[in-house]
Design a protein around this ligand. Structure first.
Ligand code: AMP
Length: 361
């Protein structure tokens, strides 16, 4: 089977690495020739709105999927005329706009933070009156890793936030006073079977995922998350891996955002689950049976941001795995990640502390 991936970042790279043992072949499409997946699969360099280039790319593969959810929906729809595209462009469309995400969560009875759409300064004043302070002003589109966000704590912050972000569709949301953040990575097959990984506990720093630990053993929250995500998957008739990030506040889940793709908080599954999120995504889109999502132990994943620490120092730690995405270093850029799977949560947490020391080193 030939799989085409739109976007050739680290997610595409890890999909390729997971699919090769299954006998799959890959082609990747990206704007940049030195994208990480271009080191492991033939790359087509083109623009995501070049419909002719996309059509030619799609004709050479059996199924097209994504590493990047911001591929223009019109392009994804055009590709879907020539090839099977999974997940569907509809899922991308919802996930590209924070307001439509909030609407779909609400429609499916999934709690979200209080929020209001903002199109002009008067709208921001109205939103702050309605939702209150503190709050976060976010761009509705193309925001990721905390980019395109401004925190408002006092009335004087409105002008500054508007100056930083105004002039594009925005969303103002109340700050959720959360106990912690978790995510549920799930997968739905072409036949509609659903499998969910254990909840992952995530810690962010400056809006970027820093550390994930799994399994987060809270059976009631796990069941709640599976119900929420199950409804989304059915509603979207979704095929592939899907992730929802939640805040845990007062013992209940509040949805923050969804990702229609494999997710950074699921990277621990490569070593830490019976089937990785990458393999399960490929199994789903290829029409193969899903693999077990059971955890093999207690995992931690530490992102390497801005700088990739020397592998030799990390590999000297027994049981530590290094994933280097082959990217050039830049402040704030995800360059790789480290994982460790321990026999107990306390062994895992001891290693997490060492990795947080050395991984950032
Ligand atoms: P996002 O880009 O929406 O995923 O935001 C990145 C991170 O910022 C989240 O994982 C949280 O740590 C924090 N954050 C975003 N929105 C909120 C909110 N409404 N309340 C509290 N923290 C938030």
């Amino acid at each position: 089977m030939q799989v085409g991936i739109l976007g050739a970042g680290q997610l595409a790279r890890m999909l390729v690495l997971a699919g090769v043992p299954l006998g799959m072949r890959f082609r990747v499409f990206d704007r940049s020739a030195d994208a990480p997946a271009g080191q492991v699969a033939p790359i087509t360099v083109g623009d995501f709105d070049d419909l002719a280039a996309l059509a030619a790319f799609a004709r050479d593969v059996d199924v097209v999927t994504f590493d990047w959810e911001n591929v223009p929906v019109a392009s994804a729809r055009a590709v879907a005329r020539d090839a099977r595209v999974l997940p569907s462009p509809r899922a991308l469309e919802v996930a590209q706009d924070r307001l439509s995400e909030k609407r779909i969560f609400t429609r499916l009875d999934i709690p979200v933070a209080p929020h209001a759409a903002v199109d002009d300064f008067a709208g921001l004043e109205r939103a702050v009156r309605r939702v209150g302070l503190p709050g976060i002003l976010k761009t509705r589109r193309l925001g990721y890793d905390g980019k395109g966000q401004a925190v408002l704590r006092r009335p004087a912050d409105l002008q500054r936030a508007w100056h930083a972000l105004g002039g594009q569709p925005l969303l103002y949301e109340g700050v959720v006073d959360f106990d912690c953040e978790v995510s549920l990575v799930a997968v739905r097959s072409r036949r509609g079977e659903v499998a969910c990984y254990p909840l992952t506990w995530n810690v962010h720093s400056h809006g970027i995922l820093s550390v994930s630990r799994a399994p987060f053993l809270r059976p009631r929250l796990q069941a709640q998350a599976q119900r929420h995500v199950g409804r989304l998957l059915e509603h979207l008739r979704y095929v592939g891996v899907f992730c929802v990030e939640f805040f845990v506040a007062g013992g209940r889940l509040v949805a923050n955002e969804m990702a229609p793709r494999v997710h950074n908080s699921g990277h621990w599954t490569i070593e830490g689950a019976e089937t990785s999120q990458f393999e399960n995504h490929l199994r789903a889109i290829a029409g193969l049976p899903l693999g077990s999502t059971r955890a093999r132990g207690h995992s931690v994943m530490v992102n390497c941001i801005g700088r990739m620490p020397p592998a030799a120092r990390l590999l000297a730690l027994p049981g530590v795995h290094v994933h280097d995405y082959g990217k050039s270093a830049r402040p704030g850029r995800k360059l790789g990640h480290l994982t460790y799977v321990g026999g107990s949560a306390s062994a895992r947490d001891r290693m997490a502390a060492r990795l947080l020391g050395r991984g950032r080193g």
